[in-house]
Design a protein around this ligand. Structure first.
Ligand SMILES: *Cc1c(COP(=O)(O)O)cnc(C)c1O
Length: 232
């Protein structure tokens, strides 16, 4: 592990510059793209470095780790659950997360609804879509999303704010650019449907390897771990 004190700050500065350049290429500004610092397996001292550099939105893919860090870290942080969420763990996160990025089935929506109502909350979620149809990945099939949203639109304890996808891993972002293009198209189609109580504010796509291509295709929320903190 790199112990250079400036390592994380330098990484963040470089990433923000690359985000700005990619945003400019689509006529947007760096501020239009929200950066989620993915802190899974990262210790508190290193997370503090990211916070010092202005990254207050933190992403975790495990419920237990999110809850532990939630207790320890600065309360100004916002936590994003970006990994698969088991129905029986919803109760631990509803009052801790800013947003759940991995809503991918009705059973989960119903449980979030139930727990949120009990706690008097409205939980913000993104619908995870398995655009690349990888068997190893979670997420809804593209063609099921609109019907799903029409049902979820009646739920008062959760608020859909957009879509999320994970592209297949590739060294060459050009090979997977189509995944981002497809999610963007779905986003446009759903926006046109104008479903009650469903917002399409966010497109959460892009990770360390591919965030520039994702932003060029319309992403406004990138989830970045390795490029900030180094290899896990
Ligand atoms: C780990 C993870 C990321 C960050 O991946 P990096 O390649 O380290 O940037 C983003 N999204 C999800 C869902 C993840 O699990």
């Amino acid at each position: 592990m790199n112990i250079d004190a400036d390592y994380i700050s330098d990484n963040i500065k470089a990433i923000l510059q690359r985000i700005e350049a990619a945003a400019h290429r689509t006529g947007r500004r760096a501020e239009d793209v929200k950066v989620i610092a993915v802190t899974k397996t990262v210790d508190e001292n290193r997370i503090l470095k990211a916070i010092e550099n202005g990254l207050f939105d933190l992403g975790e893919n495990r419920v237990q780790e999110l809850c532990d860090k939630y207790e320890k870290m600065d309360k100004r942080c916002s936590w994003h659950l970006i990994g698969h969420l088991q129905t029986n763990k919803v109760k631990y996160v509803v009052d801790r997360v800013k947003m759940i990025h991995s809503l991918d089935r009705m059973e989960l929506a119903q449980e979030i609804q139930k727990r949120a109502e009990k706690a008097g909350l409205i939980v913000e979620t993104l619908v995870q879509v398995n655009i690349a149809r990888e068997e190893s990945k979670f997420g809804m099939e593209r063609d099921s999303v609109t019907e799903f949203l029409k049902k979820v639109s009646k739920f008062t304890g959760l608020k859909v704010k957009g879509l999320m996808t994970i592209a297949p891993f590739s060294q060459n972002p050009e090979e997977i650019r189509w995944v981002f293009t497809e999610l963007r198209k779905l986003h446009i189609d759903i926006t046109r449907e104008n479903i009650d109580n469903i917002d399409m504010d966010y497109l959460s796509m892009g990770m360390s390897n591919d965030f520039e291509a994702a932003i060029e295709e319309g992403s406004n929320m990138v989830r970045i771990g390795t490029a900030i903190f180094g290899k896990r």
